[in-house]
Design a protein around this ligand. Sequence first.
Ligand SMILES: *Cc1c(COP(=O)(O)O)cnc(C)c1O
Length: 462
Amino acid sequence: MKTIIEPFRIKSVEPIRMTERPERERLLAAAHWNLFGLRAEDVIIDLLTDSGTGAMSSEQWAAIMRGDESYAGAKSFGRFEEAAQRRTGFEHVIPTHQGRAAEHLLFAVYGGAGKRVLNNTHFDTTRANCEASGARAVDLPGPAGEDTTSDAPFKGDIDLVALERELAEHGDAVSLVMVTITNNAGGGQPVSLACLRKVRELCDRYGKPFFLDACRFAENAYLVQQRETGCSGRSVAEIAREAFDLADGCTVSAKKDGMANIGGFLACRDADLAARLRQMLVVTEGFPTYGGLAGRDLEAIAQGLDEVVREDYQEYRHASIRYVVDRLHAAGVPVLRPAGGHAIFLDAARFLPQIPWNEYPGQALAAELYLAGGIRSCEIGSLMLGRVDPDSGNELPAHHELVRLAIPRRTYTQSHMDYLIEVVLDVHARKEALRGVGIVWQPAVLRHFSAHFEPLAKTAAV
Ligand SMILES: *Cc1c(COP(=O)(O)O)cnc(C)c1O
């Protein structure tokens, strides 16, 4: 049959509270126009993030009942460690309460003043942890990612020419090379195996460690299977394993392709590095056999790492995202193409060309999607990723002004996607009337989570 269905049936449901625009206008104003400030029950379809928001399977819930909550040497750790070793091939697996805690440990080793960390695009927490250590986080997105309209298959690839130049010019300062799969901040776009092989070669040539930010390793593997020459006959698990085999280690948020609601880990091949990381783990996270997680969480992740590489699951997940992207594109909505792994990205710069980057077109669009249809999305643009240039002190825009509609795993159905399309088209039909937002208050780091905004009555002349 041609119809790709959700490869599951629903055993437990969570009601959605319906709201109307006037109520949503009051709620958004009370949240200072920051969607993170809304109560989840005031959202109709919550696409803020795909992180920890997915539905667990009946097998995961069953595994939770098997959770062994012993402080040291719990059976659940054994199952978790074995599942992560089998999936990644890395011998040393260090559990953390989520991905950023793994990053914190990694940069305690590889960060520090004067160091440079290279990445296709640092995710916000990765950049924050890297910079908090005193190191500089250098983004090297590939040229294909610049054009949000082209159908290039691997827009997540790191810029290999820039990577080689960095290694040649700043060889001594570069402490770590990372590649984020899929490239979350770059639109959920995949990284090819060909690119990872080149990164491995360069890291060998310059003697640098190479880590994957592997939060969405299975989605990346599925897109490689679909798009990379010679990969169509290979399984998602096999392709994912080849990516891990090329690296020295990885950080993972289990809230993404771990299919769990909490958790993460760091894994590596080097026993000395693992011993150092475990020492720090005891101080900040917990004993090495639980690392900030309950035994039941370790069980859910162990099961999730098996379910995430199933072909029918990946096929359904990508089909539902592609469905929305294709419909919106056909209707003339500027949407990042080709469809990425975990989200639909609206190109707010092209959607709202009347709003300059420093009036945050992505935030303005995200606010209107909520007002129009109760959809909660997330700006990934100059609000989240804009930064102060360490040399000049000026605020710099991000590479793109995007609004991310992240799709939680196994949570929403086809009719929710149809509703989403209707809301986006409704806003698109009124796009000329939208105005930017100004920042009224912001914290020093990770400002998008808590900044206060006000709608600007009139967009200033650019
Ligand atoms: C979510 C994410 C992280 C951080 O993981 P948390 O579990 O949210 O702390 C790091 N890198 C990428 C690419 C992510 O998507």
